[in-house]
Design a protein around this ligand. Structure first.
Ligand SMILES: Cc1cc2nc3c(=O)[nH]c(=O)nc-3n(C[C@H](O)[C@H](O)[C@H](O)COP(=O)(O)OP(=O)(O)OC[C@H]3O[C@@H](n4cnc5c(N)ncnc54)[C@H](O)[C@@H]3O)c2cc1C
Length: 385
């Protein structure tokens, strides 16, 4: 960029802060729509410092076609009660995808650059000013007609512009192990244990070329601090998977917003999306699907606003972002962490089994394939990987 161009007007139509799921999808779509787009991210390269397990629900893949080579299909969920008994859940036509998340980030970054966006890594957003319908970033000296904050659960963009902040979190920790045959690859293995994982779950995932094991907890109902204890979880699950002695390949941890969409999500020329906006299901703690879905929608709204005099994107997205009403209350109820013996007694009753099925699969089964009763779906409905 040269000085002359800056005098003529903003460098970009849109600057996106955050080159992860939400930011890259939004930037790619906006560039395809003809906007001049820049993406900035503090991390040194795409795929660095991944903080997620990276499980994609089927809807996420329907939003953004991901190369199959970077994923592994998992058709079912095996849900373990505290006492060790388990039930298998699945729905015809439905699956989850484990992912090679760093590779997906690199692929998405390439796609975004190919669409015409400029990507700047190692560039942190610290502060900015709004001046005459133009947002000027301090430090990098870039400016744009619109700023999209896709900078995660503890958004600096939200801070700087006085937007809503996430205030309720799960804290997740995860270790990546070498791939092991002890983990049945047809299931996400989810452990309910309110002593080890109060407010959420522990999980073991047959990942892409490795195994992931993690645990997340919420704070108590009155704000009491809780910390996830991954070592205790690994000991607890050792009889099933013997991960304790496997080679550790990576470790990660991070906060997961679980209090629903923040308010306000926008101000003049600035909008939040992804985790920054609180777009994470309070019940399942999944956010990637919403990052994809609303990343695309916000870029459509911003393009319409900048190119065609469309409605203010903040007002549009305030109508469109989900409310998560019932799910927020279910999350708060689960943070009460009912005693393990109670869960052992109740989990295998028909109403609780139906609730578990609803939480994992909701109305997601493909109706055209819905010949089997959901709980009796054949185990190897899909080709094995
Ligand atoms: C342990 C854990 C496991 C999870 N597992 C799953 C799962 O299996 N499936 C699922 O759907 N969801 C999962 N989630 C949630 C999911 O990871 C998030 O919902 C998703 O990553 C949100 O994407 P995002 O693009 O909004 O934000 P993020 O992925 O958090 O990306 C934010 C980006 O902004 C950048 N950034 C931050 N601040 C600045 C700044 N000041 N300047 C410049 N750049 C900045 C960061 O470097 C980062 O690249 C998990 C979360 C955690 C913590």
């Amino acid at each position: 960029m040269n000085g002359k161009r800056r005098e003529l007007g903003p460098d970009y139509d849109l600057i996106v802060v955050g080159a992860s799921f939400a930011g890259l999808i939004a930037a790619r779509a906006a560039a395809h729509r003809g906007l001049r787009v820049a993406v900035i991210d503090a991390k040194r390269e795409p795929g660095a410092r991944v903080r997620t397990t990276g499980i994609l629900v089927k809807e996420a893949v329907d939003e953004c076609d991901i190369p199959a080579a970077l994923t592994r299909k998992i058709p079912g969920v095996r849900l373990y009660a505290p006492g060790g008994r388990s039930m298998d859940l699945s729905a015809p036509g439905y699956y989850f995808l484990a992912t090679d998340t760093p590779a997906i980030m690199r692929w998405l970054a390439r796609e975004t650059a190919r669409a015409g966006a400029d990507l700047f890594f190692g560039m942190r957003f610290d502060d900015a000013t709004l001046a005459e319908d133009r947002v000027i970033l301090h430090g990098p000296g870039l400016s744009a007609r619109y700023l999209l904050g896709a900078d995660g659960a503890k958004s600096r963009v939200a801070d700087v512009f006085g937007l809503g902040r996430n205030s309720e979190f799960l804290i997740g920790v995860e270790t990546e192990f070498e791939e092991t045959p002890t983990v049945d690859p047809d299931f996400l293995h989810c452990f309910i244990d309110t002593a080890l994982a109060p407010g959420y779950l522990g999980w073991v995932v047959p990942g892409v070329g490795m195994t992931q094991a993690g645990v997340a907890v919420s704070n108590g109902p009155f704000g009491e601090k809780r910390k996830p204890d991954l070592a205790a979880f690994l000991k607890r699950t050792d009889p099933f998977f013997a991960l304790w002695n496997c080679e550790v390949k990576a470790k990660r941890s991070g906060p997961i917003p679980c209090g629903g969409v923040v308010s306000p999500i926008a101000t003049h020329r600035v909008l939040l999306t992804g985790d920054a906006a609180g777009l994470v299901s309070p019940l399942t703690a999944g956010g990637i699907r919403f990052a994809f879905q609303y990343g695309r929608r916000v870029s459509a709204a911003i393009s319409s606003y900048l190119q065609d005099g469309g409605a203010d994107p903040g007002a549009v997205m305030a109508r469109e972002y989900p409310k998560f009403g019932v799910k927020k209350w279910m999350r708060r109820a689960w943070s009460l962490a009912p005693a393990n013996p109670l869960i052992d007694a109740a989990l295998f009753t028909p109403p609780m089994r139906a609730l578990a099925q609803w939480i994992y699969f909701q109305k997601r089964a493909d109706a055209s394939l819905g010949r089997e009763s959901q709980n009796n779906a054949p185990k190897y409905f899909y080709p094995k990987y």
